[in-house]
Design a protein around this ligand. Structure first.
Ligand SMILES: Cc1[nH+]cc(COP(=O)(O)O)c(CN[C@@H](CCC(=O)O)C(=O)O)c1O
Length: 309
């Protein structure tokens, strides 16, 4: 991705994409202490708008706080940077990647005295798990890797270092012919996907793992909470076992990149009941449709979630 045209916001300046480089002795590159966000902008009738910009930017600052990193910009400056990158690159809909990292002044485990940097890049990114996946659902494998214990890594921080676990789980699953991995927590309860939160539906009730299972507090997850309320669907956060997923009526992943992606199969067990086994379920379709209405600016109730660039 380093050969593209366009601009990247880097420490307060818009620089050419190809010049947005860092030193190989940057602390985060060696030790993994950094934080990032995944944000999407959508083409709405009012113009291109970033979805839940404030929530994503607040989470970036909270991730940095958890990691004892002080971002040298205000929240408003970082919000403006994200808008500038979308505008400057004339992107109608896109995926944004803010990242804060520790610089190269010195190495050694302690980063004290190193400068904290921030960049924002943006690029066009379609269906994260494929267009067919959005419609028909994807095939998921329960990972042999365990999700983070909540006091081994900081699971409420969207921390760079947390993603080696995700990378290994995703690679194992795709090497085995699946589309994505589902990870269990240290006690064997369902946590989340390698890059997504999980929802299951049973007898018309929507369930999702409570955050004690080590899942990231997803902004899309929160959006689904609002959608379930709007649709009159009961939503329950609870501990979920892998076999509860096997016997659910419907299941789906959520994430900024994944949006709302139905799961049609877990561990070669087709999910769903007789009349729609192994494909997107009816309630999932309702939720997915409501989600895309919101992010594309077709639901005025959530206009405040869309920040025009
Ligand atoms: C581990 C994890 N859990 C849940 C979520 C959903 O969070 P939210 O986006 O706030 O609803 C994400 C986002 N995954 C991001 C990274 C994807 C990537 O491949 O990089 C994303 O969806 O942008 C995760 O990485």
């Amino acid at each position: 991705m380093d050969d593209r045209d366009g601009k990247i916001w880097m420490d307060g300046q818009l620089v050419d994409w190809r010049d947005a480089k860092i030193h190989v002795l940057s602390h985060t590159l060696h030790y993994g202490c950094g934080a990032f966000e995944g944000v999407r902008a959508y083409k709405t009738p009012q113009g291109t708008a970033i979805f839940r910009l404030r929530e994503h930017t607040e989470r970036l600052f909270n991730s940095a706080k958890i990691l004892r990193m002080k971002i040298p910009f205000t929240l408003e400056q970082v919000e403006d940077a994200q808008k500038a990158v979308v505008r400057e690159n004339a992107l109608e809909s896109c995926y944004l990647r803010p990242l804060t990292w520790i610089g190269s002044e010195k190495l050694g485990v302690s980063p004290k005295g190193n400068r904290i940097h921030l960049m924002v890049a943006a690029w066009s990114w379609g269906a994260y798990l494929g267009e067919e996946g959005l419609k028909r659902g994807i095939r998921v494998k329960t990972s042999s890797y365990t999700r983070h214990h909540v006091n081994i890594t900081m699971t409420q921080a969207k921390a760079v270092s947390n993603y080696t676990n995700s990378i290994l789980a995703n690679m194992e699953a795709t090497d085995d012919g699946y589309d994505e991995a589902l990870l269990l927590d240290a006690s064997g309860f369902v946590s989340e996907g390698a890059g997504e939160n999980l929802f299951v539906i049973k007898n018309g009730v929507v369930y999702t793992p409570d955050l004690s299972a080590g899942a990231l507090n997803g902004i899309t997850r929160n959006t689904i909470f609002h959608i379930c309320q709007d649709l009159g669907l009961k939503l329950v956060e609870k501990r979920i076992t892998r076999d509860e997923v096997y016997i659910c009526d419907e299941a789906f992943f959520t994430g900024t990149a994944a949006e709302v992606t139905p799961i049609r199969e877990l561990d070669r067990i087709e999910l769903g009941t007789a009349d729609y086994v192994g494909r997107r379920g009816p309630i999932t379709e309702q939720i997915q449709s409501a989600f895309f209405d919101i992010v594309n600016g077709r639901n005025p109730k959530y206009a405040h979630w869309l920040s025009l660039v």
